[in-house]
Design a protein around this ligand. Sequence first.
Ligand SMILES: C[S@@+](CC[C@H](N)C(=O)[O-])C[C@H]1O[C@@H](n2cnc3c(N)ncnc32)[C@H](O)[C@@H]1O
Length: 870
Amino acid sequence: MGRGGNRNRGGNRKPAFRGSKGKNRNTRDTRTEPWSDVIRGNELFEGYYRNGEFLDEKEFEEMWKYLATNLPNSFRFTGTKADALAVREIFKKRYVPGITQVTFDGEPVDPPRPVNAFPDELVWDMKTDKKVIRRSPPFAEFQKFLVAETTSGNISRQEVVSMIPPHFLDVRPGMVVLDMCAAPGSKSAQLAEMIHGDEEERVKKAATNVDTNADFDNEGGDYSDGGRSTGLLIANDTDFKRAGMLVHQVKRLNFPNLIVTQHDASIFPSIELPSGLGEKRQYLKFDRILADVPCSGDGTARKNVNVWQKWTPKDALGLHNLQMRILSRGLQMLKKGGRLVYSTCSMNPVENEAVVASAIETCGGVSKVQLVDCSNHLPNLIRKPGLSKWKVYDTSTIGGEKKTAHLFNSWDAFCKTKNKYQEQEPGRTFSPKISEGMFPPATASEEERIPLERCMRVYPHLQDTGAFFIAVLEKKDDIKVSQVQTSSKETTSIPTVGLGAVTPVPSKSATDSEVEPTILEKQANAGSEAPSQKRKLERVEESTTPKRAKVLASNGDNVGTKGDASMQVNEAAEPTANGLANGNVTTSTNELVDALADKAVSKISSREIVKKLEPSSQTQKEYFEYLPADDPTIADILNFFGISDRFPRDRFMVKNKEGLLLNKLYYTSELAKTIISLNKDRGMKFVHCGVIMFVAHKTRDKDLLKCPWRLQGEGIKILAPWASKRIIKCVSRTTLYKMLIEMFPKLPKEGNTELGEVGEQLVNLEPGCCFVKIEKSEGEGFPFDMVFPLWRHPGSINLMVDKDDRKAILLRLYNEQNPNLINHVADAAKMAEEKTKANDAMEEETLGEDGEAFEGEEGVNEVVEEVIEE
Ligand SMILES: C[S@@+](CC[C@H](N)C(=O)[O-])C[C@H]1O[C@@H](n2cnc3c(N)ncnc32)[C@H](O)[C@@H]1O
């Protein structure tokens, strides 16, 4: 085992390691101690990576030294490329020069730097100490910008290595993509951006008929939905609470081409597509799949205390089976020619190369699934090739005491050792989870060899990051289930859902395109109860059980996992209590998250969301009911805003069981609609889809309004290019400033409105909602296009942007550090409340006076209602 070292408490001190064979003395539970005080040493952990021949000795020392230091902070500019570049420019021009000059205790401070591995300087990292950030005004100002833009969704604070996998998926607009294990959703956000490409520009051109070629780009991106990408992202996670976090994260993207599901990815249901009468049923196959699977997470040691405190080889051994099943299911659902990226934040080959090799063998070898050589992609990303040889690590104990570590070179060696001990020391136990598939594949002919060196390993010392593993797989041919069975006579054991039991079931031969009928379908046919036997049958049809993959069946599946992004998770591998197995329809995160969204969801942290997702809500059902294309209310609304006939009418939905248009009207892409409509009653657990396009405007005199519906920030960008009525153009920075700093500026019928060009356009517009459009302009103008909803009251206006977003925009565009928002209405309401209280106290009849006090403030009561609602 280990060859010494020092205990390390972070920073750049030398790593601590206390000799070999001794008991791991690092048993103190230091979870409550500051991270800087946590001992960054763990004998077992170091023993494996030092002795497992991953790196030569010198490089290992370097890697281990980095692993024990704090991880730099990193962030990414998000959104459409144009918007991301514009915000990046503000950052570079306004903040970088100041922070580059900062010194602390007489020493220059490391400024943020662009991460070279990624193009366009859209990813940055910084090592600046918190102390410096607090005490140095340029850093403190930059920090404020970072927080505001993160809240607004223009910047994502994401680990550098976690940004890598989506880059290797080569997603193009129009593609159908599945993110199998998506929560908390940082990679889903990247994928969604890729699916959407540069559609904003294209929609503008398509809507104005300027460019009739806006439908496709020269790399095959499909924008044929009126300039919008036809693609779709399905983001899935099995964990209820984490699926809630995922919804929270992706809602901010305002993408109508996105569905969130909550399923165990290893048995992800097949999604039915429309098929003609008498035709074979069609099922969705994906162009791209990301399998960023649950893993032991030892690559996150630079920011995750638990790795140092709890690392054990059993973590990886316990996860291999689940990882393998998720990857195999992913490969089944992939289109021929499609690409799948498998990734983990673990350095352990049992979770990495072993899983990839097993899955390829499972699917019939390299003629069916091949590893892609990505050496020319992201050339600035420093990486090491995947391993072709490795050792499997385990600890044995006698009666739970006397832990001994073992490194096994091969399955054979493991079996021999186990047998030897069984004779000599029968009480000694090894992990029951070790299986043949965890070891390097046997030597094969050159054609059959799996080129594992094409996998990519990113270690901390290579570019000062966390560690990550990435493998890019391409499906060459349909996979026959028969090819992955050991033999047609052999039986395969599949764990029975929910019970953890193992039941032998016969194998079946079919091509992967035929192994599709879902559990859900069977459930639907069999009524709402779905006994475990049904799941068993379904797993038979879709199971892929090769020799190496016998492991699929051999292990109990309840495993503890450590996700990346410092998330510690515990997953049961099969859905049990709340899942399909007992026929309960799970969870509505939607209503809750929507409710929170109304109160400016982006201001609520994921943790708060999770807290609010009480277990009781796990039994609520989500409803996604599409309205007919000729719905008269929709027609009225669209007519009010002059929405072009070319804008689809049949993709609006509501989220109540009765399908009534009561409060909110959502919009989705066509493929999302097709999938939801066809599969929602087949038991698929959809937890989110749709962008809020219109909300009912509840005011006392709504009957006087021609259209008592208002536009929403979420959907306004999708609709605006197609609108021809109720469009107000704002060209002056001063006017926008006035509308931002003042919540309800007055709009007198005569005289100067003090709202410049906007006031002039609004004076003659009848009350109701309208678009405020701002176009990008050079120089002192606006750095990007913007569009906001605005409510025109009889005597005032209200830009419908909540307070935090107003502040973020004021900071971004006007460098306004601490804006004092003016809200006459809230002030007046407060005054009125105080006055009422005072009057009540005096027991005087003053109602008439109150009425007088507000005279002239048109719609005050009405507006107060809105403030609350927003
Ligand atoms: C490494 S994290 C994913 C991180 C995510 N891709 C991101 O970038 O934000 C692994 C995720 O897998 C989920 N998970 C665990 N077991 C799963 C299963 N059987 N099916 C689907 N998701 C699973 C966990 O809840 C966890 O959120």
